[in-house]
Design a protein around this ligand. Sequence first.
Ligand SMILES: Nc1ncnc2c1ncn2[C@@H]1O[C@H](COP(=O)(O)OP(=O)(O)OP(=O)(O)O)[C@@H](O)[C@H]1O
Ligand SMILES: [Mg+2]
Length: 627
Amino acid sequence: MASTALGKRARQHWLTNDSYDPSPIDTAKARRAPLKQTRAARSTATPLGPSHENEFEAAVSGVEPLFPSLNYDKNASTKKFSPLRAKKADVENIPPILRTPRHRDAIQKAPITPRHKISVVGKPMTPRSQPGTPSSRIQGDSVASVLGAARAMFARGSAPGKLIGREREREKLATYLGERIEGGEGGCLYISGPPGTGKSALLNETLEGVERNGAAGVKKTYVNCMVVKDPKGIYARLLEEFWDADVMGDVESKDGMDELERLFVSPQQGKRGVYVVVLDEIDHLLTKDQEILYSIFEWSLAKNSNLILIGIANALDLTDKFLPRLKARNLKPQLLPFQPYDAKQIAEVITSRLRSLLPEDAKDKYYVPYVHPAAIQLCARKVAAHTGDLRKAFDMCRRGLELLDSELKEKARKEAAAKAFTSSEEYSSSVGMTPLAVAIERLPLGEARLNHNLPNTSRRSASPTPIPQTPSKTKITISYDPLTGPRVTIAHIARISSTTFGGSALSRVKCLNLQQKAVLCACCVHETRKGQAPTMRELYASYGGVCKRDRLLARLSMVEFRDVVGGLESAGVVGLSTVGAVGQRTPSKKNGGAGGMDERRVSCLVREGELRKEVEWVGALGRMFME
Ligand SMILES: Nc1ncnc2c1ncn2[C@@H]1O[C@H](COP(=O)(O)OP(=O)(O)OP(=O)(O)O)[C@@H](O)[C@H]1O
Ligand SMILES: [Mg+2]
């Protein structure tokens, strides 16, 4: 039998066996019982020399030169080496180095499975997820919001834009102001109405109109009484705005009252022009000491007055009930009550706001983007049946948009994940690789090489098919067309209204998450201790203290914190003091951007005892009330 026809081990056996008998039976035996080599035996073998290597390789492949030491006659082409024909002595001459096997020895080689954990600084080398499953790689934040503009439109503190309706009130206000400014005379107007009925917004709009028309000699100021700690602060504020020390001399009286009286009630009032003072949330000045309020009202209603005082509050009978001295002196402010909005008016406001977001060249000007008309109707009816507060309606729309937004994001995430998975499967089947091999291909080059745990795929050098990439760190963009995109539906609004209007304040507290509860408790505790509602900034500091001390909660950023407070307000468990625009200092970014959000006061609308009972089982929150 030719040596090439023998198995490797049989050949080896034949070449190394000292008691060689070239009988076919033994050869067959050797074939049946291949030589087993221990590691120790192998280690004693002499290494194969380069010359012998050549000889052996040539012998097994049947190519010349054959073993010259085995009586090989170079010239006799027919007389080829045959192990069966070889003599025993010749065989003994074969150096033992031939024992070293030429094939790869699995035992000798370093084990493939590492005995220790291979660690590479940085990313894990073994993919932890299924190839192509991008769920862990796509971060929620990477999905940009497509409803941002619509949401911002309904956010608290957003620019009011043009007011819809309120024609009667607008006209009355414009007439009243126009007549007084033209005649250079003072007067007093008291605007009343429930929250969110457009009192402040309409007044601001009207005064902006006065300014635009350039009425000469009109000086105006706007004071939100909610942020005035001491009623006497009003005097200081008015002097700061109107008193020109260079022309009028120094303020000599203790509180500036004399100077203000001279300024507003003067025989030459026509020459100095008119002062317009707006006192919003005037009911916050109704303290024990009402002298200040009386004096301001009396100046505006005096005979020679050049002060136009406009007071705004919710109570219809504030002047009659709390300032009876005015009636006794026959000084009667003019009243302008604002009725709560009905469902039709609310729906109109929401619809026109949404339509303002349509592109200029939109064909259908009557289409309502983002919120379905039926959903608007439901929202309007719910709010009108409750308080008629437009802010509540805006809150519901905003929360509806938030719900829709999160649904769109979730859908986009799922689609991206499915797409990445499909492309991974397609790719793996097109190149005949397993999904795991595809995952390895996707690893950075160094990672795949370093990780001995992974099967070797590097032999497939240049792949003709480009490897699909998982959308790691890529932003998922949702394409949304306001004219055809999905809208907030009745179902969304129904869900929201059940939490907004359903049950008592306490039942709404139960629905809050831990962060919201912590902010609410911090607000309640601050208010009880200091006797005054905290500003947004103060509340953030108190809340931050709780987070730091108890380590139960991760402290939110200021932006997130504002959102939480907004959510609490929508749930009706806190109240935010409104900030008007007229006469206000330009809000800086430091103060929370538009509207000086961080200077607003946040008051807790849930009773301390009830809140305490609700949260006492949460250690960190319960402790806040005990300190
Ligand atoms: N007719 C309207 N058209 C459009 N937006 C309106 C209208 N009326 C009110 N709004 C909006 O509703 C919100 C609340 O209005 P506003 O602050 O004027 O209420 P308010 O009557 O002053 O309430 P409060 O008594 O609580 O101060 C504002 O964002 C305002 O822009
Ligand atoms: Mg107001």
